[in-house]
Every structure is written in structure tokens, then in C-alpha cells.
Ligand binder design. Structure first.
Ligand code: PEP
Ligand code: MG
Length: 748
């Protein structure tokens, strides 16, 4: 084989693509060239589709050309899939007898026994596989392998370039075009669960940006008047006020004012005056609105501030609504009711709006989901799935979609069999109403040991369920939610109102308010301009509060005032040292003094505790116990920081193992120390609602669990079947293991 010549010719392929041959032509030319240079009967290229996780035959010389596009291998399947998965050449002299061989009828490869496959990759990015096949006796040599590896590496750049150029030149209308026949790969899509549950409803693709872009390119043929503009302003204002009221009623948290920015713009004399001026100069009102809006957007866009970026969204949102009202098109609010929303972008405030407008489920395409966005969706009881299949954005409206957000599957236009299967599954599940009846006020183990069950509350809406399920109090109130679902900081009064409502609904039971836990993946887009290299370890949680004393003091005052007659506990998140705890406590004391001096009613003796979320706390527990009055282990973050695995990263989710031996041993140490020092300790991370960990937790001495209220009945039942002596021996056994696999085996 003349390697140099082959490599030279492959490098020439770039020109071929530039001449307009397209990627198919390029691949076809490549397989012909490589087959001829390597004296092979067959040369094929399979490209890897990361969305479907499949290798698809895209070009072949020597196999049945009709199989192009139809021969598909799952990642790792067959000898070809193996080459990509293990990123190494696979060479066989008798391919069909290899256990990994995958037979495809009709592609006519039976007579080629000798097989060579090499992965096509750029760095760690997997692009596809280049394969050669020859008849018996013409096996591949080491130098064939070396040459093919070199060719594949050169090809990688060319294919990536070609794909990139194709994507760039793809006409915009392509994306906006809807499809008549659903492609097979859209019928079943695997995604990641963001909020559990099932939903079956007609689809609607919402794409805010597309709407405004479409409007900017639209020719408005009908002529409108200044009066029409004023009417549209009034209609939009009253729509937004109603929407705000609906959101407020549904959630009662300080969720109102989500639309404050919209309303402010609608009353802005520069905005209104600017549009009026243009209309008087004979510009059609929709064009006048767009012209002024463009000016606003451009001036916000030149700012680097994330706050301003958010404002652009507000303007886009408002303008689309305003122009729709001007044209008397139906408002968007009507459209999402009872629908499954397919969208590319989602902010906490969008989620609230969709929920209050009655959306049934959400599919987020290509976005990342922060843990708090998914916690919010769970609180709103909206099933939500995140996936990377962009084809979903082309699904026509009104196509039935089934979301199974218990395992992360979604089905577009599902068959009757699939629907029937889901209906049966649903019937078999106990409803929450039935569970409420079985819930007892006191939770005991088999031997009569009492375990206290508390609720984690994210939005006030969760508390209703929690109280119906007879929780013993609130073990964790994630106070950052009212901050996150809005577009600006809630005032002290707004926070006071939210916490008061919470205290009132809890009816005398203990209530644990966690101070602001933002940073990491819980971002307040309106606060803090600087992007951090490593936000998980950046200015977050209690560190943020201590650096922003006025924000922290406002929150503490609101908590103290709301908790005037309550069993109030204030908890600091992500504390890393006793110094930090003392600094936070000093601020609480300052707030108590201040409220006292001003004669404002407040709770002057709240219990102050910390979240155990960082490994550095473990060896300081005894000393912490002298300062903090209670502890709560946030296992979600504790595990993340113990084993260094990002809790939100889907690619490494399998390595996020709560039962890592070091995690188990650290938990035992923490719990024992708290118990020894007579300080209450609870578990409030997700481990508290995972049945398989309950014996371990009870076995190491945990007697307080706090969880999403929906899990309370299940966990109460599990506890009632456990004997403490047995739990202790299970825990001891688990603690004796040094390998994750050994503990996994025990749990299974
Ligand atoms: C935790 O880290 O376990 C926890 C309960 O806090 P959050 O999930 O809100 O970070
Ligand atoms: Mg946490």
C-alpha cells in the first residue's frame, strides 16, 4: 500500500467538499479511494450519531449500496461498534466467528472473512468508524493497520469540517419547517429525568426567540392606528396583571412581580413615546414597536451584565405578546393549557408561568437542567425530561406525546400498545390520596423505636401535601426558591410574608428555615456579574451571605419576624468552618438586637444549626456541637464533595454513589458525634428517601429524616418493617466493606 499517496489524496478531499460535492459525495469518494489504495474489496464509513447513540453506515464501496442509511449499530455493538467504543483497531481474519460479530442480511458481506475497523476520532470526540474487508487469505498486516489509522485520523478533520460547514449553511427555514412524517428516531427518545411523573398530551413547540425573529422578518400588510396601539398596551397590561395574580395564587411564595419588568416597560414613557412618535410619522404600529424594541435590545446586548441579558428576554417576551395583541392573534396563554411543551430554553420564571397556565409536561431540548430547576418542576408537579434530540423541535403541534419521567423515556405519537401498558402501570400505582389514608402520625420501627419524619419544602405548595401526610414539621425549607423564581431580589417584606405563611401552615410544628443557598448550579441571574471558573466551589451559600451582609440581614430579619411564635430553627448551608458559623450567628444576634431596639415583634431565641455538606466538617463535629444547636446532613452535596463527582453531570451519574465506603464511614462519624453530644441530627438529602439506605441510616443512629413529602408514606412503611438490632448489624456489615462493589452487592 502506498501510504503517502493515500494520505495526500485524502487531504485533497477537502477541496472536493468545497467544490460543492456535499458530505455524501465526499464520503463516497473516500471509500473508493481507500479501497483502491489498500487493495480491499470493501471499504465503508459509519458515522456516529451522539443523539441516538448509533453508528450508521453512511458510505460503502463493495457492500450493497441500498444498505446505506439503514445499517445501524448501537454503540459497542458488532466489531465496528467495538472499535469505536474501545477506541482501538479491531482486526479479524475470520470475522463471522467472532462472538461480537453482528450479521446484517442483505448487505452482501458474507464472503469477506478478513475485517479491519479503526475508529475515526478527534481528541476524545468520536466521529465514526472506517472499515475494510477482504476475502479469505488476504488478511490485514500491521502496516495496513498503521496506514488505516493514519487515514482515519486525517479523515476525522475533514468530516468534522464538512459537518460544521453544512450546519453553518443550513438554511434557517430548515429548522422552522415542520415535518409531515415523524422519523422513526423521534418515536422513542431517551432523556434524563428532571422531574418525575407521567404526562400524555398534545405537543406544542415553543421557541420564544424564533417568534421574535420571525416577527422582525415579517411584512405587516394590514395597517394599524395609534388607537390600536393604545388598545394593545391596555390589553397586554391587564393580561400580565392577571397572569401575575394567577402565579401568586398558585404558589403564594413571593412569586409575584415576575412580570414587573414587563409592566415597567409598558409604562415607560420613552418606550410608549418613542413608538407613538414613529406612528405619527406614518410607520405601521407593529413596525414601530419592533424598531423601538430593537433599540432597547441592542443597548442591553452591548452590556456584559447577565442582569441586562435577562432584560432582553423580558423585552422579547413582552414584544411578542404586545404585537400579538395588536394583531388580535390569540394569546400564548391559551395555547399551552393541557399541552406538553417542547422547548429549547427554560428559566424558573418560565416554569412558573407554564405551570400556572396549565401545561401538562415539559421536554427541554439541548438544555442543561440545574438541580434547582428540577426541584422546582417537582414542586410544581410537572413531569419534565431533558434530552439532546433536536429533531423534537420540529415535531408538529398537536401530536400526542407521552412522557414517562419515571425512567426518562418519551414517546412521540405512541402506539396503542404503549398507551395501554402505561395505563395499566398507572392503575397499579397507589395514588397519593390512598397513601394519605395509610399514613400514621407516629413512625416506629418493628421494635418500637421512634423515628421522626420531616418534610423538605421548596414552595409553599409542597406544604399542603406535607401536612396532609402528617409530617412532624419542616426539616428543610429551601429559602432560595423565592429568590430564584423571580427576576430580582425579594424585599424583606416579601420574604416575611412567605415565611409567615409557612409558619402559619405548619401550625406549631418545628420549622427549619435554611438561609439562602445560592451559587453552584443555583444561579441568581440578576445578582453577581462575574463568571466563576468553578462555581461549585465559588462564592456560594453561606459564603455568599457573609459577603453580602445586607441581603443576609434582610433575610434573617424576615425569618425572625415571621417566626415570632414558632418553633423556629435557622440553618446555614455549606458551612466549612466554625469561624463561618460564628460569623453567621453574630449577624443573627445583631438582627435580634436591631429588631428589639425597634420594638418589632420577633423570635429572639431561634435554634441555630448547620448543614453538614462538606467533608471538612467531619473531624470538627465534636467542636461544632459546642456551637451549633442542631445538624442536618445534606447528602446530595456531601456525596458530591466527598467523592468529587458533580451531582448534576449526567455523563458521570453512574459514579455518583451514595454508598461509597468513605461516605458511609463519614456519615457514621458525623451521626455518632452529634448523638454523643446530644445534638439533634437529621438527614435531608435524597438518601433519606431511598428505601435501600434506610436500614443503614437507622443502624448508625439516625432518628430524624427529612424528605420530599411524596416519599413520606413509602418511607414510613419501610421503617415499620425494620428491627433496629438488625439495622445495626446491616450497617456494621456495610461499614466493614472497602469496595463500592461489595456494598452494592449487599444492597442488592
Ligand atoms: C443536599 O445537599 O443534600 C441538600 C439537601 O441541599 P440541596 O439539595 O438544596 O443542595
Ligand atoms: Mg446542598
Amino acid at each position: 500500500m502506498d501510504n503517502k499517496k493515500l494520505l495526500y489524496e485524502i487531504s485533497e478531499l477537502n477541496n472536493l467538499f468545497r467544490e460543492g460535492t456535499g458530505i455524501e459525495g465526499l464520503l463516497k469518494k473516500t471509500v473508493e479511494m481507500v479501497a483502491s489504495h489498500t487493495d480491499s474489496d470493501v471499504c465503508s464509513i459509519y458515522l456516529y450519531n451522539t443523539e441516538t447513540n448509533e453508528l450508521v453506515l453512511n458510505a460503502t464501496h463493495g457492500l450493497n449500496p441500498e444498505s446505506i442509511g439503514y445499517v445501524k449499530l448501537k454503540y459497542g455493538q458488532g466489531l465496528t461498534g467495538l472499535a469505536l467504543k474501545e477506541m482501538r483497531p479491531v482486526c479479524e481474519t475470520d470475522a463471522a466467528h467472532n462472538p461480537n460479530y453482528k450479521f446484517f442480511p442483505g448487505i452482501h458481506e458474507e464472503r469477506y472473512d478478513c475485517f479491519l475497523a479503526v475508529p475515526i476520532a478527534r481528541g476524545i470526540s468520536k466521529i465514526g468508524v472506517l472499515t475494510l474487508q477482504r476475502e479469505k487469505e488476504k488478511s490485514f498486516s500491521e502496516s495496513d493497520i498503521t496506514a488505516l489509522v493514519a487515514a482515519a485520523s486525517q479523515l476525522a478533520d475533514i468530516i468534522e469540517n464538512a459537518r460544521f460547514l453544512m450546519a453553518m449553511h443550513e438554511p434557517v427555514t430548515e429548522r422552522e419547517k415542520t415535518i409531515d412524517v415523524l422519523p422513526e428516531e423521534l418515536k422513542f427518545v431517551r432523556g434524563k429525568i428532571a422531574s418525575e411523573g407521567f404526562a400524555y398530551a398534545p405537543s406544542i413547540v415553543t421557541d420564544k426567540k424564533k417568534n421574535l425573529t420571525a416577527m422582525l422578518h415579517h411584512q405587516f400588510d394590514d395597517k394599524y392606528t395609534l388607537d390600536d396601539f393604545h388598545e394593545a398596551i391596555n390589553k397586554t397590561s391587564s393580561q400580565l396583571e392577571k397572569l401575575q395574580e394567577k402565579v401568586g395564587q398558585k404558589l403564594s411564595d413571593s412569586a409575584s412581580l415576575i412580570f414587573a419588568a414587563h409592566l415597567v416597560i409598558l409604562q415607560d414613557k420613552y418606550f410608549i413615546g418613542g413608538v407613538e412618535e414613529l406612528i405619527k410619522n406614518d410607520l405601521n404600529p407593529p413596525d414601530a414597536i419592533l424598531k423601538i424594541a430593537k433599540g432597547y435590545i441592542e443597548s442591553f446586548a452591548t452590556s456584559n451584565s447577565t442582569y441586562m441579558q435577562e432584560k432582553i428576554q423580558d423585552i422579547e417576551d413582552l414584544i411578542v405578546r404586545l404585537i400579538n395583541n395588536l394583531l388580535c392573534e390569540s394569546e400564548e396563554a391559551v395555547k399551552v393549557k393541557g399541552k406538553i411543551i417542547i422547548t429549547r430554553e427554560l428559566y424558573p420564571s418560565d416554569l412558573l408561568i407554564l405551570s400556572s397556565e396549565g401545561a401538562t409536561g415539559i421536554i427541554l431540548v439541548g438544555g442543561t437542567v440545574t438541580s434547582h430547576l428540577s426541584i422546582l418542576a417537582s414542586s410544581l408537579r410537572i413531569p419534565m425530561i431533558v434530552c439532546n434530540n433536536y429533531g423534537l423541535l420540529d415535531v408538529p403541534d398537536e401530536i400526542p406525546v407521552l412522557i414517562d419521567a419515571e425512567i426518562g423515556n418519551l414517546y412521540v405519537d405512541p402506539s396503542d400498545e404503549i398507551l395501554e401498558r402505561f395505563e395499566q402501570q398507572q392503575k397499579a400505582k397507589q395514588t397519593l390520596d390512598q397513601q394519605k389514608l395509610t399514613m400514621k402520625p407516629v413512625t416506629n420501627t418493628l421494635d418500637g423505636t421512634q423515628v421522626h419524619l420531616f418534610a423538605n419544602i421548596n414552595l409553599l405548595a409542597d406544604l399542603k401535601v406535607a401536612c396532609e401526610l402528617r409530617c412532624e414539621g419542616v426539616g428543610l425549607y429551601r429559602s432560595e426558591f423565592p429568590f430564584m423564581i423571580r427576576r430580582n431580589l425579594p424585599t424583606e417584606t416579601e420574604q416575611f410574608m412567605t415565611y409567615s405563611k409557612l409558619v402559619q401552615l405548619v401550625e406549631g410544628r418545628p420549622v427549619t428555615l435554611r438561609t439562602l443557598d445560592i451559587g453552584g448550579d443555583k444561579i441568581l441571574s440578576y445578582y453577581g456579574e462575574t463568571k466563576e471558573q468553578n462555581p461549585a466551589m465559588g462564592l456560594r451559600s453561606i459564603r455568599f451571605s457573609l459577603q453580602n451582609k445586607s441581603v443576609f440581614s434582610e433575610q434573617i430579619r424576615a425569618m425572625l419576624r415571621a417566626g415570632v411564635n414558632a418553633d423556629l430553627r435557622i440553618m446555614f448551608p455549606m458551612v466549612s468552618s466554625i469561624d463561618e458559623f460564628c460569623a453567621a450567628r453574630n449577624i443573627v444576634h445583631e438582627c435580634i438586637d436591631e429588631l428589639g431596639k425597634k420594638n418589632i415583634e420577633h423570635n429572639s431565641k431561634p435554634k441555630l444549626g448547620i448543614m453538614v455538606e462538606l467533608p471538612c466538617i467531619v473531624d470538627l463535629m465534636d467542636e461544632f456541637a459546642k456551637e451549633a444547636e442542631f445538624f442536618s446532613v445534606g447528602t446530595n452535596d456531601f456525596i458530591q464533595f466527598m467523592i468529587g463527582i458533580d451531582r448534576t453531570n449526567e455523563n458521570i451519574a453512574a459514579s455518583y454513589v451514595p454508598h461509597h465506603p468513605s461516605v458511609l464511614r463519614a456519615l457514621k462519624k458525623v451521626v455518632q458525634s452529634a448523638n454523643k453530644n446530644n445534638r439533634p441530627i437529621s438527614i435531608c438529602g435524597d438518601m433519606a428517601h431511598e428505601e435501600k439506605y434506610i436500614p443503614f441510616l437507622l443502624g448508625i443512629g439516625v432518628r430524624i429524616l427529612s424528605m420530599d413529602p411524596r416519599f413520606l408514606p413509602r418511607i414510613q412503611q419501610a421503617i415499620s418493617k425494620i428491627d433496629i438490632a438488625k439495622a445495626e448489624s446491616i450497617a456494621e456489615n456495610m461499614l466493614s466493606k472497602s469496595k463500592i462493589s461489595e456494598v452494592t452487592q449487599m444492597l442488592e
